[in-house]
Design a protein around this ligand. Structure first.
Ligand code: H79
Length: 445
């Protein structure tokens, strides 16, 4: 009896531990902690690689929108060779651009998986002359460069026989719980496989086609975080993501989400399209980049490799051009926070994490000294980022009887100016303090 009693106690104790444990597992690491590296990273490189590069047509959308038949779209499988694929070279180039993370398409809306999936047969191993898992060596190469790695995955799959939507004009079924259950199983199966790559980030897309309950978005989040409690999920999981993802359009006003990332193409296409020569210049990209930084966000720039795995020369040149600028200005990029309101400086700004350094991004040739208004701090030192030149400043118009700070003028000689964007650092006495009151009639000053 005594034995039975102690056995029961042990069982109860174990049960208790178990319950306790489960609770602990359900508790997520706070977002601020999980997304700390992401907040500091500022620049990422997106990669859209898939069979759409063979004909150089729109990724997945070309058959969805009936620009090409599904059969003809899928013929591209035969031309996807990956024969010059060199993930180590890719990773080196990404590193050289100054990016701190990179995200690759593991499966776009066309349903073609780039890894050796055991779910379905539509993947690069089984259906293309590449005959290879392309994700595994990519993850390895990226990690070797000490970069964070993210996996893009389309929740919707316009190829899967039991997924309801097919093209803009044709669907497979409207409501069929059995077929949907089969798709769900497939989706979770593939996601489970992706967790074995242990990515730092999941970048979902295509969530707009179904509500959260149908995707089982909550369960997807739970699955991914159970496998790696530090991982990050973008917003496209019907409310179950961590950070906002504006696409193509640079936000005009500062996004309300504390964590966000603008994804943007280098020309007008996500995938490789040799006809599309409408590339943004390095200068334009750098200016877009500082625009994002000034609003506390990241820029995720997309490259589009050819079907053989080479990166188009125009794209290599842009990444290298960007790399020149990011290397020179690293102290004013990584780990910075959003800058000060435009009323104080007519241009882009950012602050150091501790708010004691104000960075000015000068993207035009100044016509005379730069002007900062309403800065209450005393200035300790001003220098040109990347070349160390110290700059002098003058405070004009400070009245002893007024609390309105004087106007701070900084001369930026031509010879210290960068050919793209010059960055000026201002070391403040203490944390930045701005005068934001309404300036009333003289008697109230
Ligand atoms: O992979 C790239 C694109 O193929 C994919 N995301 C990037 C990263 C993408 N392209 N377009 N979209 C995502 C958004 C599509 C929006 C639309 Fe709609 C789908 C417009 C019309 C149908 C969603 C549903 C928005 C409006 C209705």
């Amino acid at each position: 009896m005594k034995h039975v009693n102690s056995l029961i106690s042990i069982i109860i104790f174990c049960l208790f531990l178990n319950v306790f444990n489960t609770n602990a597992q359900q508790k997520e690491i706070p977002k601020e902690e999980r997304l700390a590296w992401f907040k500091d990273a500022k620049l990422g490189i997106f990669i859209h690689w898939g069979i759409y590069a063979v004909n150089g047509i729109d990724e997945s959308w070309s058959f969805y929108n009936n620009y090409i038949s599904y059969t003809d779209y899928m013929k591209q499988l035969n031309g996807f060779t990956a024969k010059n694929y060199n993930p180590n070279e890719w990773a080196k180039l990404i590193k050289e651009s100054g990016a701190k993370y990179t995200i690759i398409t593991t499966k776009h809306h066309d349903g073609v998986a780039l890894w050796d999936s055991k779910f379905g047969t539509l993947n690069t191993v089984k259906k293309t002359p590449a005959k290879k898992d392309l994700i595994k060596p990519f993850v390895k190469a990226v990690r070797k460069q000490n970069l964070k790695v993210g996996l893009y995955y389309s929740l919707l799959d316009w190829s899967y026989p039991n997924y309801p939507n097919f093209t803009r004009t044709e669907s497979r079924y409207k409501k069929d719980e059995k077929r949907w259950a089969d798709f769900t199983k497939y989706n979770f199966g593939q996601l489970n496989e992706l967790t074995t790559f242990n990515p730092d980030l999941y970048w979902f897309d295509g969530d707009w086609e179904q509500p959260a309950e149908k995707w089982k978005a909550k369960e997807i989040r739970a699955l991914l975080l159970a496998k790696n409690p530090n991982t990050i999920i973008n917003s496209r999981l019907q409310g179950y993501g961590d950070y906002a993802t504006p696409e193509q359009g640079i936000p005009i006003t500062k996004p309300t989400s504390k964590f966000w990332e603008l994804c943007m193409t280098l020309n007008n296409s996500w995938g490789y399209q040799p006809n599309d020569k409408n590339y943004k210049t390095v200068n334009q990209i750098i200016r877009i980049f500082v625009d994002c930084i000034s609003m506390g966000g990241n820029l995720l720039l997309d490259i589009a490799p050819k079907p053989d795995g080479t990166i188009p020369s125009e794209q290599v040149a842009i990444l290298k051009g960007l790399g020149r600028w990011t290397k020179k200005h690293k102290e004013a990029i990584y780990g910075t926070r959003a800058g000060i309101p435009k009323e104080h400086f007519n241009g882009y700004t950012a602050l150091s994490k501790d708010k004691t350094i104000l960075y000015l991004y000068v993207d035009n040739k100044p016509n005379g000294p730069l002007l900062i208004k309403g800065l209450k701090n005393k200035v300790n030192r001003i220098w040109v980022v990347g070349n160390g030149t110290k700059l002098s400043h003058k405070v004009i118009g400070k009245q002893y009887w007024s609390s309105v700070p004087g106007m701070l003028y900084i001369d930026v000689p031509e010879k210290v100016q960068d050919k793209d964007v010059t960055v000026i650092a201002i070391l403040l006495k203490g944390k930045v303090a701005l005068f934001r009151e309404e300036v009333k009639a003289i008697e109230s000053n």
